[in-house]
Design a protein around this ligand. Structure first.
Ligand SMILES: *Cc1c(COP(=O)(O)O)cnc(C)c1O
Length: 223
């Protein structure tokens, strides 16, 4: 794997609206440094216990995105530095992010995860749940959170039509929410969808953030 070439290829071919999140989970510091040296500054991790030591070891101008399912009791470890949290999937988690961001005197950018896949194992709100959550008069109490958009994961399948349908449904939910009169801590601009296997479809369906791991770094080595 030539990480530098991969980064450059992605950069050259992405539409301007779309950002590349380099998903570095399970990758060693040396691989992340290589991507950094190629100019990449935005990285995604899905485990708190991996994110914290990488944050400590690597240059401080990296923007770290927590992209995976996040347990409330671990928010405190990342709240002081995390740039974005992609997979906010419960009110309990929102409450905790707000509390820990307050302690750290920060406002943390968040995306609400929508359940678009047919797999039960994937997390996220339904469209109706997000709508009623954002329209609750009390939503403005989250002073240390800014909701910047939605995130979704398509079903893991070779069926491209299904993947496209799922991304289309996320885009539709996003567009419908944008027509509502939303609280000040909500500014819907970003749609985080697309991974190594399905990012082309995601971009065609309006993604603004693709989360790419294996296509940049090669296969992951889980010990
Ligand atoms: C691992 C992961 C990715 C990247 O997956 P690849 O198929 O390696 O590109 C994207 N999003 C989330 C939430 C992940 O956990």
């Amino acid at each position: 794997m030539n990480i530098k070439n991969n980064i450059n290829n992605f950069r050259q071919n992405l539409p301007e609206r779309c950002n590349l999140i380099a998903v570095s989970k399970t990758q060693p510091i040396s691989a992340i440094q290589e991507a950094y040296d190629a100019g990449q500054r935005v990285f995604g991790e899905n485990k708190v216990q991996e994110l914290v030591p990488k944050f400590e070891a690597l240059p401080k101008d990296i923007q770290w995105h927590m992209i995976g399912h996040l347990q409330s009791n671990k928010v405190k470890y990342i709240a002081p530095f995390v740039h974005w949290i992609h997979a906010v999937d419960s009110v309990k988690l929102l409450d905790e992010i707000n509390k820990q961001a307050n302690k750290a005197q920060r406002v943390i950018a968040c995306l609400l995860q929508v359940h678009i896949a047919t797999e039960e194992t994937k997390f996220g709100f339904s469209a109706d749940e997000i709508r009623s959550l954002l329209l609750e008069p009390t939503f403005e109490k989250y002073k240390h959170i800014k909701i910047h958009g939605l995130m979704g994961m398509a079903t893991f399948t070779d069926n491209h039509d299904q993947v496209r349908r799922e991304f289309k449904s996320l885009r539709k939910i996003f567009d419908d929410l944008k027509t509502l009169s939303l609280p000040a801590n909500v500014d819907l601009k970003e749609l985080s969808m697309g991974m190594s296997g399905d990012y082309k479809i995601a971009i065609e369906e309006g993604s603004t953030m693709i989360r790419i791991g294996t296509a940049l770094f090669g296969e992951r080595n889980y010990h």
